[in-house]
Design a protein around this ligand. Structure first.
Ligand SMILES: [Zn+2]
Length: 167
């Protein structure tokens, strides 16, 4: 668990409006049915926005990917890149659920970033998103390249994952 000066506490890494957040949590819970992990990519406008403009669920890209854990085939990524190009968006983060309260990364999570790009954010949501989830319950992990991650939890996570009305 490390923190990096590169991420200022005032500038969230990922920002969603409350309605978007509720719908994301509802969808992840529904798709995982309380028994398996589910997830999504979070896309924002180019070049530097941290506001989520579009959510693309893993199982819409690859209907077979929710197998308890998540295994996304390569063809799903070509669909994702097509969506990015068509909508002029970029993937800023991914989110996936874990079964219990633990929102630390598994060793598989650490070794296999969904997008191995410096600064990419991986959010981990507890309890298969079947309970009410607030940002402070989420694990916020940022890929730093070379297999390294910075991770934040509780209040530090909530500072980096903003769920607020956009002004
Ligand atoms: Zn995981």
């Amino acid at each position: 668990m490390t923190t990096r000066a590169s991420s200022s506490a005032r500038q969230p890494l990922v920002s969603l409006a409350p309605r978007q957040w509720r719908s994301l949590m509802d969808e992840l819970g529904r798709r995982g049915q309380g028994t398996r992990e589910a997830g999504a990519f979070l896309l924002a406008s180019l070049p530097n926005s941290r506001r989520v403009a579009h959510v693309e669920y893993f199982d819409d890209l690859d209907p077979m990917c929710l197998r308890g854990n998540i295994e996304i085939e390569g063809h799903a990524f070509s669909k994702l890149w097509d969506i990015c190009e068509a909508k002029k968006l970029t993937v800023i983060a991914d989110v996936h659920t874990h079964p219990y309260a633990v929102v630390q990364q598994s060793s598989i999570d650490k070794q296999n970033p969904m997008i191995a790009r410096d600064g990419h954010v991986a959010l981990i949501v507890p309890h298969f998103a079947t309970r009410r989830v607030r940002p402070r319950h989420v694990g916020v992990h940022q890929y730093c390249g070379d297999g390294g991650w910075a991770s934040w939890f509780r209040r530090d996570a909530a500072r980096r994952l903003s769920v607020r009305r956009w002004t």
